[in-house]
Design a protein around this ligand. Structure first.
Ligand SMILES: Nc1nc2c(ncn2[C@@H]2O[C@H](COP(=O)(O)OP(=O)(O)OP(=O)(O)O)[C@@H](O)[C@H]2O)c(=O)[nH]1
Ligand SMILES: [Mg+2]
Length: 531
């Protein structure tokens, strides 16, 4: 078991041994060793540096991310082996860890066995198929991240089509059903050591160095109309929308907590220095014009307006359009180059991410699902109606692997097309430590996310309401970039708990939330569809 409380480990060193730390270190806070808290007190605050009066807060226990960003912004980032500090860090090298830290993680040989062929179709095809060589070649391409869609161009026979279908499934599931000889497997796969990406045994909260809080709307002091006008951040509609992305229909409240934003902006590497500087200058100005600075705090989350029948119809129309698998990737830089807005689904393994994508698109065969946790192993991209992209992700927590966590975090940190992350939570299990840890990470990265409660059909009305209330309470008290409205999904089936009509309505709301997050206008129906 992973023991963060082990005497041999200090808290700080345990934190450094985690995947999320190493990812944050590489993408968010370039300095390898955070400066001690005492050092930070000496520095001028962020808003002071920007000409303000010093409300910008220096993060305790780590270097100011904005300062780090300034220091390192010009340095080219090498994705291979060199980190931003110019120090050599082999990509697969693990952070130092004590021998027993990942003692529960299965060693690699077991993993290799899992990746040996288990696909009935594949095996049959391989024994009978005269196009074995082509089949193997296709599989190899899959492993290397080649888009499955491209492979369909090469199909000429039925056998080949079957092979491609298998290969596509292989691609989506991380090559799990590969029929490669050991010597053909990429070195990277063979040498990996299985472990979980965020482990529940770690007391993550104790490693927090920054406290970001949200005040409930009732406790806020109303601004005068003039102040409000001055405080409105017009820039929010532009490049900075992502920091406070709430969808096109929402009006963001006039005041924003400068401390929170300075932390968020500073730690988000997606925007360039110029953008950050301009944005922070605007925030600093907004904070400074407030008459009583102590009273002006973040105005929590905006309330979402009710969804109109027309909006629901628009969303339903979009998801009735053709859906195509685009590509599976094992490295963030392989992500398809598309300008379409994107939403991604993240959550613990087995929470129902892949199933939700199937339900949304009404195609139960689009993504492979399984009651075995850890089924999806790559990021899978799907085009919906040529307007938006959906991304299915591997799960974290039970049966997850460190490299999947790295892949997810790298994708989240670098993908500009990403408009909102949908975070799935199973209300039967409730919020887990790993969920909270990810939320905290997203808050620091200023990535907006919305919670979807899955498996509604597995709980009675009362039990579901209780679980939902508990999760909502946590979000209100802790989450920052979380969209205020919780969504719900469940299987359409007759069970003593289930109300199919309610579940169908909820699904329409999820569809609308996606349309809203991406900010698209759904194309009107064509003449053909009107007939
Ligand atoms: N009853 C019920 N079962 C569900 C629901 N959604 C998913 N499941 C089941 O939960 C299991 C896991 O579903 P997946 O969609 O594969 O879960 P995942 O989050 O993609 O899992 P990984 O790929 O392993 O991370 C499957 O057996 C699904 O049938 C739901 O809303 N209700
Ligand atoms: Mg899945």
């Amino acid at each position: 078991m992973l023991r963060a409380t082990s005497n041999s480990l200090t808290k700080a060193s345990a934190w450094k041994n985690t995947a999320i730390y190493s990812s944050v270190r590489n993408y968010a806070t370039p300095s390898a060793t955070p400066a001690p808290a005492s050092d930070n007190k000496e520095k001028p605050s962020l808003s002071q540096r920007l000409g303000g009066t010093g409300r910008g807060k220096i993060m305790e226990g780590s270097s100011d991310p904005f300062a780090s960003f300034l220091a390192n912004a010009k340095k080219p980032r090498n994705n291979n082996n060199n980190n931003r500090n110019g120090t050599f860090t082999p990509r697969n090298r693990k952070p130092q860890q004590s021998e027993d830290q990942f003692a529960d993680a299965p060693e690699q040989p077991k993993q290799q066995q899992q990746q040996r062929p288990r696909n009935e179709n594949n095996r049959n095809n391989n024994s009978k198929n005269r196009n074995n060589r082509q089949n193997r070649q296709n599989e190899k391409q899959n492993v290397e991240g080649a888009p499955a869609a491209d492979q369909s161009n090469t199909t000429t026979t039925n056998n080949n089509k079957r092979n491609n279908k298998n290969n596509r499934n292989n691609a989506q599931n991380g090559g799990k059903k590969m029929n490669l000889r050991r010597s053909q497997q990429p070195q990277e796969i063979r040498t990996r050591r299985a472990t979980t990406f965020i482990d529940k045994d770690i007391d993550w909260a104790s490693f927090e160095t920054t406290t970001l809080s949200v005040e409930a709307p009732e406790t806020q002091v109303a601004a005068t109309e003039k102040d409000s006008d001055e405080l409105v951040l017009k820039d929010a509609q532009g490049d900075y929308g992502r920091y406070i992305s709430t969808g096109s229909d929402l009006t963001w409240p006039p005041m924003i907590q400068g401390e929170t934003l300075s932390t968020l902006v500073g730690s988000n590497p997606t925007f360039d220095l110029q953008q950050k500087t301009a944005f922070m200058a605007a925030v600093t100005k907004a904070i400074n014009v407030a008459k009583d600075k102590q009273k002006y705090k973040l105005v929590a989350f905006p309330e979402p307006p009710p969804v109109s029948p027309e909006q629901l119809a628009d969303a339903t129309r979009l998801f009735a359009r053709p859906v195509n698998f685009i590509q599976s990737i094992s490295k963030a830089e392989q992500a398809p180059e598309t300008s379409k807005p994107e939403v991604a689904f993240v959550g613990r393994s087995n929470v129902g991410k892949s199933t939700l994508i199937n339900n949304l698109t009404n195609n139960s065969r689009l993504v492979k699902t399984s009651n075995r946790p850890g089924h999806t192993r790559l990021l899978n991209f799907f085009d919906v109606g040529r307007q938006i992209t959906l991304v299915d992700m591997p799960g974290y927590g039970f049966k997850s692997k460190e490299e999947w966590g790295d892949l997810i975090l790298e994708y989240l940190s670098t993908r500009k097309q990403l408009k909102r992350l949908f975070m799935l939570i199973d209300p039967v299990a409730g919020l887990k430590e790993t969920d909270m840890q990810l939320m905290s990470h997203l808050d620091k990265q200023a990535l907006s996310y919305q919670v979807i409660l899955t498996k509604r059909d597995r709980l009675s009305k009362e039990a579901f309401a209780a679980s939902k209330a508990e999760i909502e309470k946590y979000l209100v008290e802790n989450a920052i970039c979380c969209y205020p409205q919780l969504l719900v999904t469940g299987k359409q089936r007759s069970s003593k708990f289930n109300d199919n009509e309610v579940v169908a309505n909820e699904m329409a709301k999820v569809k609308w939330a996606i349309v809203n997050a991406t900010g698209i206008t759904v194309h009107p129906p064509t003449k053909k569809t009107i007939k």
